[in-house]
Design a protein around this ligand. Structure first.
Ligand code: PLP
Length: 231
């Protein structure tokens, strides 16, 4: 291992210890949790390094940056799109990404289903919720989620598996916990209405993943804690 690989291994060890502690606290085991390594604004070499260390789930937030990376990387990687998706980039998104964490309107969901049908794929979808009604965040109004989910569950080429959210910037732990708890309650209400829906949660980033794991998140999206600072 070279020095850069050793640094990354060390950051991964620290991260995994924190993940295990949070799982223990919540009486959960690792099988219900996927760590998505957010490689946005990191060079390809760094993705290869993380791959060598065993990471197989990567997240990118821009189509233009992400697609060349997908094409240049081994094909046993699962790719997660986590950024705002523009309608004119849906084809590239469904061709290159297995998960779309950031579907934030019914019209976008319809477009994903239509293009996925043409391309004969079936991406896994999270509906992004603007739970805190943040003016600087994308996402569905919490009250709109039920209608969009009902429509999505009837579509044949998207698998609507859960909800995604991002707490307000600079929120303290208490506020973040309340945010995650609110998302859990919204999920539980929807699950009561749609019992066959998986109801997964995509919550938690470098600064708040322990709280997200304790709240029951299934997918944590962690960038700087693995890769260090972005370009
Ligand atoms: C950048 C980003 C992350 C990762 O952020 P870190 O703080 O570096 O862990 C997670 N989710 C989304 C939607 C992001 O844009």
């Amino acid at each position: 291992m070279n020095a850069a690989e050793q640094d990354m291994q060390q950051r991964l060890d620290t991260l995994n210890q924190m993940i295990d502690t949070a799982l223990d606290t919540a009486l959960r085991n690792r099988s219900g949790l996927t760590l998505v390594a957010v490689s946005k604004r990191q060079p390809l070499a760094v993705i290869h390094q993380a791959y060598q260390l065993g990471i197989r789930d990567f997240g990118e937030s821009q189509i233009q940056e992400g697609v060349p990376k997908v094409k240049a990387c081994p094909d046993d990687i699962t790719w997660h799109f986590i950024g705002h998706l523009q309608k004119n980039k849906v084809r590239k998104a469904v061709l290159h990404f297995h998960y779309l964490h950031s579907i934030d309107s019914l019209s976008l969901l319809h477009r994903v289903d239509a293009i996925a049908t043409e391309e004969r794929v079936c991406p896994k979808i999270f509906l992004q919720v603007n739970y805190a009604l943040d003016s600087d965040k994308y996402g569905l109004h919490p009250e709109a989620v039920e209608t969009v989910l009902e429509a999505g569950l009837a579509m044949k080429h998207v698998a609507c598996i859960g909800l995604m959210g991002i707490p307000p910037a600079n929120a303290d732990d208490e506020r973040i916990q309340a945010y995650f708890q609110g998302m859990v309650e919204l999920r539980d209400q929807l699950k009561a209405r749609f019992p066959d829906w998986p109801g997964n949660l995509s919550l938690g980033m470098s600064g708040d993943f322990p709280l997200a794991i304790q709240a029951g998140s299934h997918y944590i999206r962690v960038g700087s804690k693995i890769f260090g600072d972005r370009i």
